[in-house]
Design a protein around this ligand. Structure first.
Ligand code: BES
Ligand code: ZN
Length: 622
């Protein structure tokens, strides 16, 4: 069901009309301003239990007696409302029909002078945000682990609230855990890795609900600088400290470009390998996959990316999931700028070339409406928008503004944009209006060169889109072609100093169909089946499936059994199910590993492989 936020007034006093098709809540009537969370973490029951106290504010003189919240699979035990006099009294409430995408609205009947609402509840073992990990799936193998992933619309499966990125709230939390485990949240903490079973957190800056995050497990802490550090399983802590030692440097580069970092600390939490993302930009504590730890600091682009979100996403937030490109496109552009500043132009150029190549490949498979930056998600799961389009097409759009207006002007523009919309959620329309007023109006002749409508509302890429060039990668492609023509034996590749990017491009430069002899030769000389770098290995495994190169299958099985990062496993399963034999292999592996997958990865792979016969208690909900 869609709610229209008629005439939302925001900080500048401008008026807008908005729709968030992914929330039942009515922010035109009430807005949650603050959340007080008190939760007990129970690994035995796979549940969080406790209370959420929501401080609400009426909007635009609304006299509404019903406050609508989002929930998904929550067990609500009791609802109380507090008026001006300060006592909580039982309030009537109603849980509506569960929508498969949005979950069920919780309507609370409130007094006119309502100030706070207290909800006593517990989560379901199938909560879509919660990933309960068995000890064997962790690095230390001794303790269980649980973490949340609220983006995009999963916060509602562990906290009843207005789950739309157009609402911002501060939060305080008290988390109770078994005494040998520790808790980390996307907030300031009183513990920094202490154990004791009771932890307090404070986030005093208003954030959208999808940035509320929690992890509990055997988590140690090591400092890497005055405001940076790593949280990880104790057996990984030294490796993590080395891998992410450059966080402070990166932070300083970003601050030079876009102004002060406003989130206090920048810590990095290493999750178990089944985490479905490379990284998640939870404020103050970035959550990352352990596959970034390669010993050579080659995956720091993910850290640069999540750090960039401190400005594009966390400070200035997409108002709805149709505006997701404002988060991810801006962030991908900034990520590349940080890479350039830290590691030089050669590396940034390589990443640009690889990204554009992948975007073009993906767009060939996408329906035209999914190639649009301002994507229409009405009636769809917002997860559908998580293609490379918002990321790479969005970054190319900013890259083209840079080409046309110059780097200096674009930097100044972005700084002003972050400043102007700080701690607000913006729509594509607002971002466009600001762009026209603050960049285009000053130079109409340059603005005329930007096909703005085509960039944001039409499929494909405009002809004038930047065409990144990397001399290093061109040299790689030349060698790949020479090998294919028989002019260069593989043993003679000039690959001694190749970076992971160059190896990846080498593989991507080869044709899809390769003879068994060529596959065997590639593996014998370059040892791809044993590759340590996850990106290279994943590309090789794709090629192995496509060309039925069976010596790589044991590694493929091991990969699919441990790595949960969705952008890696999804294409592998898709490639497998193209043939009957591959499909059987996929179903066989999946039936064994599914229960260990994150609910989000399960939802994705279920659609590709088909759901195996299963125990209803284990079922996924998304
Ligand atoms: N915010 C995203 C992760 C995300 C996207 C979670 C959509 C839920 C829904 C995060 O910033 C991200 O983009 N991660 C990327 C890494 C990056 C370097 C492209 C990932 O996990 O692949
Ligand atoms: Zn991102």
């Amino acid at each position: 069901m869609t709610r229209v936020y008629d005439q939302l007034t925001h900080a500048e006093g401008t008026v807008r009309t908005r729709t968030d098709p992914h929330s039942h809540s009515e922010p035109d009537k009430f807005r949650i301003k603050h959340l007080d969370l008190d939760l007990q973490v129970s690994f035995d029951k796979r549940k969080l239990e406790g209370t959420a106290v929501l401080t609400v504010e009426r909007q635009n003189g609304s006299q509404s007696r019903s406050l609508v919240l989002d929930t998904r699979d929550l067990n609500v035990h009791r609802v109380e409302a507090e008026g001006r006099l300060g006592t909580f009294r039982d309030a009537a409430y109603e849980i509506g029909t569960r929508d498969p995408i949005q979950g069920a609205p919780l309507t609370v009947f409130v007094p006119l002078d309502v100030q706070r609402i207290k909800i006593t509840y517990s989560t379901s073992p199938r909560a879509s945000a919660l990933h309960w990990v068995e000890p064997v799936q962790t690095a230390g193998k001794r303790f269980p682990f649980v973490s949340t992933q609220s983006q995009e619309i999963h916060a509602r499966s562990w906290i009843p609230l207005q789950d739309t990125p157009s609402v911002r709230l501060t939060y305080h939390a008290q988390i109770r855990t078994p005494t040998n485990l520790s808790a980390v949240m996307s907030a300031e903490s009183n513990s920094m890795g202490d154990r004791g079973g009771s932890y307090r957190f404070e986030m005093n800056r208003p954030i959208p609900p999808y940035l509320i995050a929690l992890a509990v497990g055997d988590i140690g802490f090591a400092s890497t600088g005055p405001r940076t550090g790593v949280y990880a399983d104790p057996v990984l802590i030294e490796a993590a400290r080395y891998e992410f030692a450059e966080a402070e440097q990166m932070l300083q580069q970003a601050e030079q470009l876009y102004g002060p970092y406003l989130w206090g600390r920048l810590d990095i939490l290493v999750l178990p390998p089944s985490f479905p993302f490379g990284g998640m930009e939870n404020p103050s504590v970035i959550f990352v996959t352990p596959t970034l730890i390669s010993g050579d600091r080659s995956a720091v682009s993910v850290i640069a990316h999540e750090l960039a979100h401190a400005w594009s996403g966390n400070l200035v937030t997409n108002a709805t999931w149709s505006d997701f490109w404002l988060n991810e496109g801006f962030t991908t552009y900034i990520e590349r700028r940080l890479q350039g500043r830290l590691y030089g132009k050669t590396r940034a150029d390589m990443e640009d070339v690889l990204a554009r190549q992948r975007l073009e490949e993906e767009m060939q498979r996408l329906a035209p409406q999914d190639q649009i930056l301002h994507i229409d998600l009405e009636g769809r799961d917002p997860d559908a928008a998580t293609t490379l389009v918002p990321y790479v097409k969005g970054a190319l759009f900013l890259g083209s503004l840079e080409e046309i207006f110059g780097r200096q002007r674009l930097d100044a523009y972005l700084r002003a944009y972050f400043n102007h919309f700080a701690f607000q959620s913006v729509t594509t329309e607002q971002a466009i209006a600001y762009l026209k007023d603050n960049l285009f109006r000053q130079s109409p002749e340059l603005a005329a060169r930007v096909p703005l409508h085509e960039w944001i509302f039409e499929p494909g890429l405009p002809k004038s889109a930047p065409k990144p060039v990397s001399e290093a990668l061109n040299a790689v492609k030349d060698q790949a072609e020479q090998w294919l023509k028989g002019e260069l034996p593989l043993e003679c590749l000039q690959s001694k100093n190749w970076s992971a990017h160059e190896w990846l491009y080498f593989l991507c430069s080869l044709p899809a169909d390769l003879s068994p002899a060529r596959m065997r030769q590639l593996d014998a000389v370059c040892h791809f089946t044993q590759a340590k770098n996850t990106e290279i290995l994943q590309q090789w495994l794709l090629m192995a499936i496509h060309n039925r190169y069976s010596p790589a299958y044991p590694r493929l099985e091991a990969f699919l059994s441990t790595v949960g990062r969705r952008i890696y496993i999804k294409p592998l399963f898709e490639e497998l199910v193209r043939t009957e034999e591959g499909k059987r292999f996929a179903q066989d592996i999946y039936s064994r590993v599914r229960s260990g997958y994150h609910p989000l990865s399960r939802a994705t792979v279920d659609k590709i492989v088909g759901e195996p016969e299963r125990d209803p208690a284990q079922s996924s909900v998304v």
